[in-house]
Structures are given as structure tokens and as C-alpha cells.
Write a protein that binds this ligand. Structure first.
Ligand SMILES: C[S@@+](CC[C@H](N)C(=O)[O-])C[C@H]1O[C@@H](n2cnc3c(N)ncnc32)[C@H](O)[C@@H]1O
Length: 258
């Protein structure tokens, strides 16, 4: 059974901000701010996690809510929101089958969260759910990673990387990842080991696997079209540039005409 992105609990949730918040400072948050800034109605972030994107947007006065399948990530988001005197509306739900019984003017799916649905059928259900939650004229932005140097992912155990970060209590979290790309199914498998260390002593260890779908421009375009979206455009990175082969991200922009 493919579990996709169902890994965000325990050590992975606890260390998420320490690893990833550095990326939220610049272009990414500004990109979503520009997209949502002129919209009136509420917006929705899919897979909002700890609020790395959602909290700076709320702080900038943007009316945005979030859903996430991990209660632990949402709890961290709520705790940080309280410290910033913010009160976000957060929903514990799965993107492939949620129903919030309201409409949004825009939906954003940042940080490669959409590819965490490994199966095409589930990805299609998610797009239908996004479509059903957008008002007429509503727009969506989806951030999708691109895979480079396929040779590096040729075999299980390929492309071994190790990164470390320090938590607030000075403990160290070390993450060792290896990736393997299944060409037949267009799936990237990552074997991930999280280790919690204090003064060199191993306190906790967690090993898990993440599966992510790798999309071509044509495939994501067709999937959005069959879910009912129109005006579909695929850009490179966070600059609304025409997609080029060196871009690490595909940013997909589409709208709803009901
Ligand atoms: C890479 S993190 C991104 C978090 C946040 N958007 C950010 O940019 O920091 C992916 C998030 O998506 C959530 N997620 C994974 N699969 C999901 C699903 N099927 N439905 C809803 N959320 C999901 C995870 O719990 C996690 O919080």
C-alpha cells in the first residue's frame, strides 16, 4: 500500500520547521502573496503543515485557511499562530476527499505536496475536490518538483544525502535519504532515516519511506483538464517564467469556469 505523504508525525513533524523554515523567507512567500494579494474571498492552502507559508500570509493580512492530514503538523501551526496572535481556520482532512462545504476564491498547493499522492486516481480525486471548492472564476496554483539527473536515482540506495539541523533544545536531528526512481510507474521512492542525537548519543531513530509522483508538463495539464480546469498554464520556478529544462519547479496555474 502506497502511503505517499503520510509520514508527518513524531520526529519528522517536530523537526520540520528547523529544516524547512529557512526556505520560507524570500521568493516563495512573496510569490503566494502576489497571487493572493488582490483576491477578496478566502483562500485555502492544501497541506498547510506547520504554517511555514500560511502564517506569514495571514500576518500580511491575507484571508487564508488550511487543511492538512497530519494533526501533529496542525498542532504546531496552531501553537505558533497563538504566539503571533493569529487565529487560523485549520481543518484536519485529506486533500483527496475533503468537503468543507464552502467555496474559495483561490487554492494554493505549495512545496510539492500534490505529488505526495502517488496514485493517478487519487491525484485526480484531489483535483476534483479542489475544483469543487473553488468559486466561479476561482484560481489554483500547484507547485510540483522536477526530477533531475535520472541516472542518480537508477537503483535502490542511490543518491545518498545527509543533512543535520539543531532544534531549540540544542538536540541534533540528522536525516539520511536515498532515492530510487521507478520509470514504469513514474514514482520516486525515498528511504528516509531520522536520528535524534544529544552530545553524540542516539536518543531516537525513525525510518520511513516517502513516495512521490513525478509529472511531466503534459501529464499534469491533461489531469487538470479532465478535472474540469481551464486556462491551464505551466511556469518555471516562482517567477511566472516559461518553463525551461533547468527549472527545478513547475508551477501550474489554472482556473474554474462554472
Ligand atoms: C512538504 S509538507 C508542506 C507543508 C507546507 N505546505 C509548507 O510549505 O511548509 C507536506 C504537507 O502535506 C501534508 N499532506 C501529505 N499528504 C496529504 C494529504 N493526502 N492530504 C492533506 N495533507 C497532506 C503533510 O502532512 C505535510 O504537512
Amino acid at each position: 500500500m502506497l502511503n505517499g505523504g503520510n509520514i508527518y508525525f513524531g520526529l519528522i513533524a517536530e523537526s520540520f520547521n528547523a529544516f524547512h523554515c529557512a526556505y520560507s523567507s524570500g521568493s516563495e512567500v512573496n510569490f503566494y502573496k502576489r497571487f493572493l494579494g488582490y483576491k477578496e474571498g478566502p483562500a485555502l492552502e492544501i497541506g498547510c503543515g506547520t504554517g511555514r507559508i500560511l502564517l506569514p500570509l495571514l500576518k500580511a493580512g491575507i484571508n487564508i485557511e488550511g487543511i492538512d492530514s497530519s494533526q501533529e503538523m496542525l498542532d504546531i501551526c496552531m501553537k505558533d499562530a497563538k504566539e503571533l496572535a493569529l487565529k487560523p481556520n485549520l481543518y484536519h482532512a485529506y486533500m483527496q476527499d475533503f468537503n468543507l462545504e464552502k467555496l474559495y476564491s483561490a487554492i494554493i498547493v505549495p512545496y510539492c505536496t500534490f505529488p505526495l499522492l502517488p496514485l493517478r486516481e487519487t491525484a485526480f480525486s484531489a483535483l476534483k475536490a479542489f475544483y469543487n471548492h473553488l468559486e466561479p472564476g476561482g484560481e489554483i496554483l500547484i507547485d510540483i518538483f522536477r526530477l533531475f539527473n535520472m541516472k542518480q536515482y537508477a537503483n535502490k540506495g542511490s543518491r545518498l544525502t545527509t543533512v543535520e539541523t539543531k532544534l531549540e533544545d540544542e538536540k541534533i536531528v540528522r536525516v539520511t535519504t536515498s532515492g530510487w526512481y521507478d520509470h514504469l510507474e513514474s514514482l520516486l521512492y525515498s528511504d528516509i532515516k531520522y536520528e535524534l542525537l544529544q552530545e553524540g548519543e542516539l536518543l531516537n531513530i525513525r525510518e520511513t519511506q516517502l513516495q512521490a509522483r513525478v509529472y511531466t508538463r503534459r501529464e499534469i495539464y491533461n489531469l487538470l483538464r479532465s478535472a474540469g480546469f481551464t486556462n491551464i498554464r505551466v511556469y518555471g520556478n516562482y517567477e511566472y517564467m516559461p518553463l525551461k529544462k533547468e527549472h527545478r519547479k513547475m508551477i501550474v496555474h489554472a482556473s474554474v469556469q462554472k
